[in-house]
Design a protein around this ligand. Structure first.
Ligand SMILES: [Zn+2]
Length: 106
């Protein structure tokens, strides 16, 4: 979108919305203090999900979304499978306990 171009329709829409006080946070960021405050307001008993058990459907959705979870740098850990047993896992751990060190190795 060409938001910075004063002739673009998006620019005009956003400027009008700003004038009408519709989007007060557009182009702004919350300060660290505000972020901390917003975070603490939703902790513990104040959280809308506090004390509510998660149903199986939700758990499955979370589980499905976490499969092949990517770390904050966006690097997927390579998963490997041990040739001596049925175990598979992240390469760094698998190399230590499987492959040449596997207890099922003949
Ligand atoms: Zn193994």
């Amino acid at each position: 979108m060409k938001i910075n171009n004063p002739k673009s329709q998006y620019f005009i829409i956003i400027e009008n919305a700003k004038k009408m006080n519709r989007i007060k946070m557009y182009g702004k960021t919350h300060s660290q203090k505000t972020k901390k405050l917003m975070s603490t307001q939703k902790l513990g008993e104040n959280n809308p999900n506090y004390g509510k058990p998660r149903d199986v459907v939700t758990k499955n959705k979370i589980s499905k979304s976490m499969v092949g979870n990517v770390n904050p740098l966006g690097i997927k850990r390579k998963r490997v499978k041990c040739p001596h047993c049925v175990v598979s896992g992240a390469k760094n751990v698998m190399v230590r306990w499987h492959f040449n060190n596997c207890k099922h190795k003949p």
